[in-house]
Design a binder for this molecule. Structure first.
Ligand code: TYD
Length: 209
């Protein structure tokens, strides 16, 4: 791909870790610098993503393996669709910031299904485009649950202490497994939002030079 392609940054972490705040700050900073950027999220707003949101809210019931497959299918559609697909934006020189990506699939569905299998499900997406940086914002499940108690009326499928603990542990083993091949930044999410934003920028600003 041409060198003036956009960069692809993904944010990861357990629910309530503060991703939204940091995504917003990064986008604002990039806009101030006149860097073209586009913010997006998974599950996406596309057809498969909408189905997944119904599964997460409990409106639709399905098996964990089906969920894992749907998340991977949603990712491919999010990447490849010709209206607002990530790959299209990147080719147009637009930087993409995505709230959750492949690591979420491994960390959340890896708790109940096989990691190797999920790796297989995501292999096509990996051949097409890999994030330039994965930013993992780490918080203890207690912090995450406290934050969610203040801001949300309803808890989604994975938003229990037990599951969040398993997911966080899964994130740590993934980081060990992938850190040689992928750029992964682990940030302490219990710090002030300004300090977190600075750490993120110090580590990724070189991508935009
Ligand atoms: P989240 O970013 O927390 O969205 P919201 O702020 O709307 O609650 O993501 C929704 C849930 O989707 C979250 O619990 C994690 C889950 N998820 C997976 O289980 N696997 C995946 O591959 C992705 C992308 C998300």
């Amino acid at each position: 791909m041409a060198e003036n392609r956009g960069r692809f940054i993904t944010f990861e972490g357990i629910d309530g870790c503060g991703k939204s705040t940091q995504i917003h700050r990064l986008k604002q900073r990039m806009e101030t610098m006149s860097l073209p950027c586009w913010e997006t999220f998974e599950p996406s707003s596309g057809p498969v993503g909408s189905m997944l949101r119904q599964c997460l809210s409990g409106r639709m019931k399905t098996d964990e393996r089906t969920m894992a497959t749907l998340f991977a299918a949603d990712r491919l559609d999010h990447l490849l669709n010709d209206q607002d697909g990530i790959f299209l934006k990147i080719r147009q020189g637009i930087h993409v910031i995505c709230d959750r990506y492949t690591l979420s699939n491994y960390a959340y569905q890896g708790v109940s299904t096989s990691l190797d299998w999920i790796e297989g499900l995501n292999s096509e997406a990996g051949k097409i485009l890999r994030p330039d940086y994965h930013i993992f914002i780490d918080v203890e499940p207690e912090v995450s649950l406290e934050r969610m108690a203040k801001t949300r009326f309803h808890r989604d499928l994975y938003e229990t202490r037990e599951r969040l603990t398993e997911v966080r542990n899964c994130y740590f083993s993934l980081i060990d497994r992938f850190q040689e091949d992928e750029n992964i930044l682990v940030v302490d999410g219990s710090q002030e939002a300004d300090a977190i934003a600075e750490t993120i920028w110090e580590n990724i600003s070189f991508l935009f030079e």
